[in-house]
Write a protein that binds this ligand. Structure first.
Ligand code: SAH
Length: 366
């Protein structure tokens, strides 16, 4: 991984002699321009290609009507890199779950989460949002005890086009611009950091989603948060903490054995210092396991003075684990302790529960 910021105006790829960029999705205007020129076409075709891929969502170069018939025929077989829809289901709360099939037959899951504008007390309509939850790997090697994705094992990293494609697919289906992207689907984003960084660049510059509307969620991989911080992005970093101490964290997250909570928090502090952005700590609430008032107090002590925000996720049931979601009053007491300790906290009631599309339920099956 080079130390050059990924959002620099000139892409390193354009400086390479050999341009082997297809699949084209995920490429910048500069890369696409270099590629069309290499094909003997005038430079302005690059901009046109960019618009057709990202704005019009074209799936085959043969369909780009502004290109000459002859050239379209020549490049018809060059892949843009779109997936095919394998299955789609809509939950009663309007969350849509997609199973997408990749060229090698692998299936991944993505989720579209609409939030409808609410009328505020002043009578104004807040803007409706469309959030996409994207996968970054086929399966996941982290094997957290309470998460369905890890139970199915790990297959491979996703390429940049396979990440960007998920956002375009949801945008197309909803006929609405995607406003937010959360890297919280299948997989551990920081184990696929190069492609995730490329996808962030593309979602930001090609698809047009603001960096602050992108969130990367990680369980924590040694040195990777530090590495991620070096890119000085304005994206939100969410860290899956899930426990206030090392012993409990090890019980829930196998990788915690070799990457202690103190080391993880040190890297998170560096992230705050380098980027000036606060970190979100995710904490899945498991009844009787990590949801007691004493856990909340210990968590508050651990995070004291840290520019952070705690996001509590009441456990979403999965078949392979017998954890339970805490009752409302238990969740409320946990929140109260954190608030009393002046820790910023919110509760995320996952959407899409009925479609098996909620946090931790993604397993690439219907
Ligand atoms: N690998 C990344 C992103 C994937 S999961 C990470 O670990 O952060 C997104 C969030 O859902 C994580 O915080 C994850 O711990 C949480 N999660 C996993 N299983 C869950 C479950 N059954 N119920 C609620 N949240 C869960």
């Amino acid at each position: 991984m080079s130390a050059t910021p990924i959002l620099s105006p000139v892409d390193s790829l354009t400086q390479k002699k050999e341009l082997t960029i297809p699949p084209l999705l995920g490429a910048s205007v500069a890369e696409l321009t270099a590629w069309v020129q290499q094909q003997g076409q005038p430079a302005y075709r690059g901009k046109q290609l960019h618009e057709w891929i990202y704005q019009k969502g074209v799936r085959s170069l043969a369909d780009i009507s502004v290109f000459s018939k002859q050239w379209r025929a020549e490049v018809a077989e060059i892949p843009i890199g779109r997936s095919t829809l394998h299955y789609r289901s809509v939950a009663p709360d309007h969350t849509v779950k997609y199973l997408l099939q990749l060229v090698d037959g692998q299936i991944i899951e993505s989720v579209g989460i609409p939030t409808f504008g609410r009328r505020s007390a002043g009578g104004e309509n807040s803007k409706s949002r469309l959030t996409v939850c994207v996968s970054t790997q086929v399966g996941c090697p982290m094997a957290c005890d309470f998460c369905a994705t890890g139970k199915g094992g790990y297959k491979r990293n996703l390429a940049r086009h396979e990440i960007v494609d998920q956002v375009l697919t949801v945008q197309e289906d909803f006929q609405q611009r995607v406003s937010h992207v959360v890297f919280m689907g299948m997989g551990e984003p920081l184990l696929n950091i190069d492609h995730v960084l490329e996808a962030i660049r593309s979602l930001n510059q090609d698809v047009g989603i603001g960096q602050r509307s992108l969130t990367i969620s990680t369980v924590g991989i040694r040195d990777r948060i530090r590495q991620f911080a070096q890119h000085h992005l304005q994206v939100t970093l969410a860290v899956s903490l899930h426990a206030p101490n090392q012993a409990l964290r090890e019980q829930l997250i196998p990788s915690a054995h070799s990457y202690p909570i103190e080391d993880l928090l040190t890297e998170c502090r560096e992230y705050v210092e380098i980027t000036g952005r606060r970190v979100t700590f995710e904490y899945v609430l498991l009844a009787g396991v990590n949801d007691l008032p004493q856990h909340a107090l210990e968590l508050a002590q651990r995070l004291r003075g840290f520019q952070s925000h705690v996001n509590l996720i009441p456990y979403n049931p999965i078949q392979e684990a017998d954890y339970k979601r805490p009752r409302h009053d238990q969740i409320a007491s946990f929140v109260k302790v954190l608030e009393q300790q002046k820790i910023a906290v919110s509760v995320r009631y996952s959407r899409g529960l009925e479609a098996d599309a909620a946090c931790g339920q993604l397993r690439a099956s219907k």
